[in-house]
Ligand binder design. Structure first.
Ligand code: AMP
Ligand code: MG
Length: 351
């Protein structure tokens, strides 16, 4: 598979010419990566089986892992779903456009390849203006998983997309860095008790409040590959850089102490180590490859720089990445820990 991957630059001014060219590629069944507020997505016409198959091929994504369909209005959902349940409607009122994906029962026009053969479809109306314009101008709804090679950290910049997918997709719309940095919250509203299938910026508390105080289920287990799970994506390796990842979770000073012990041990074994630190722990380590994901009290910074940091350290050819997991796990912090635990080869909890 060698394609010539075009790059289109689009700024906040929403230049028409590059948007129209990119939209035309999508309308003709091609694959185009584009920015959203969460991460970069790899889009193709959600209702065109052949176009969607190219997404799976470009990413090396397992065929049973369904895609999120991106729309540019609530109207766009109507042909895709049997009905919009009351709870979904409340969630759309409050969180759309935005980083919330809602799973509903699908109609027959959505091909099996898009939903991994499920009778439900996942839909999101993104907030990023470039994404909205591109969807509108293509005249389609766009299946768009994260625009990375399957299993790698999600892309938060066009550079990440190009590093993974250049030559494998038709185009990239470069519209600057993703502002949130973590994928959307995914909620399933097809059963009596709604369930969060993937945590994100929009928290369980916000969702529960929105649907009138109804309890929402959430299972944050890391599932082994053989298990049957409600969201197929849960069972696959995720967010893994080339280097091995050790996550050290706990209170700041205990984490720093344990990282120092690990470093001594790894040095003796001649392993090249990189550290993913917080602003608070950065001064405790010098002369070692490191990347700070921001203040431990600001999990939104960790969200924004987590995937960026994993990729950055990987480029420095380290064998092991040790992550300072002492930052706030409330709000979006819970979603950051969810991604980190999936990325980690080893998790150490300290007091
Ligand atoms: P990505 O496209 O990489 O952002 O991942 C999308 C996530 O949404 C994956 O974890 C999928 O398994 C999940 N997903 C998409 N569609 C469905 C669906 N119909 N039912 C359950 N989970 C879904
Ligand atoms: Mg993904």
């Amino acid at each position: 598979m060698t394609k010539e991957t075009k790059i289109f630059y689009v700024s906040g001014k929403l230049e028409s010419a590059p948007l129209d060219e990119a939209a035309k590629i999508l309308a003709q069944g091609g694959t185009v990566a584009f920015p959203t507020e969460t991460v970069y997505g790899l889009g193709a016409d959600a209702l065109d089986e052949k176009a969607v198959m190219q997404i799976f091929e470009a990413k090396g994504r397992p065929a049973d892992n369904p895609l999120i369909v991106h729309v540019a209005s609530r109207e766009d959902c109507k042909p895709l779903v049997l009905d919009i349940p009351e709870k979904a409607s409340l969630l759309m009122d409050r969180f759309w456009p935005g980083p919330l994906t809602i799973i509903m029962e699908r109609t027959d026009i959505v091909p099996d390849v898009t939903t991994g053969g499920l009778d439900t479809v996942a839909i999101r109306f993104p907030e990023n203006q470039i994404a909205i314009e591109l969807i509108k101008r293509s005249g389609k709804t766009l299946a768009a998983p994260s625009a990375n090679l399957s299993g790698k950290p999600s892309p938060t910049s066009s550079g990440h997309v190009i590093a993974d997918l250049s030559g494998r997709i038709d185009a990239v719309v470069d519209g600057g860095d993703a502002t949130i940095g973590l994928e959307s919250t995914v909620i399933d509203v097809t059963s009596e008790i709604p369930a969060i299938l993937r945590p994100g910026k929009i928290s369980r508390e916000e969702l529960e409040e929105c649907v009138g105080g109804v309890k929402i289920a959430y299972d944050d287990k890391v599932h082994p590959e053989s298990e049957t799970v409600r969201s197929p994506g849960m069972k696959y390796t995720h967010y893994s850089p080339r280097a091995g990842v050790i996550l050290v979770e706990g209170e700041h000073s205990a984490v720093v102490k344990r990282i120092k012990e690990l470093l001594e041990d790894l040095n003796m074994r001649d392993a090249k180590t990189g550290l993913m630190l917080t602003d608070e722990s950065e001064n405790d380590f010098s002369g070692i490859e490191s990347f700070s994901i921001g203040s431990k009290n600001k999990p939104e910074q960790a969200a924004k720089y987590l995937f960026f940091g994993l990729r950055d350290l990987d480029l420095r050819n380290v064998d092991i990445i040790i992550v300072d997991g002492s930052f706030d796990s409330r709000g979006i912090g819970a979603a950051v820990f969810n991604r980190l635990r999936k990325a980690a080869d080893m998790i150490i909890k300290v007091q």
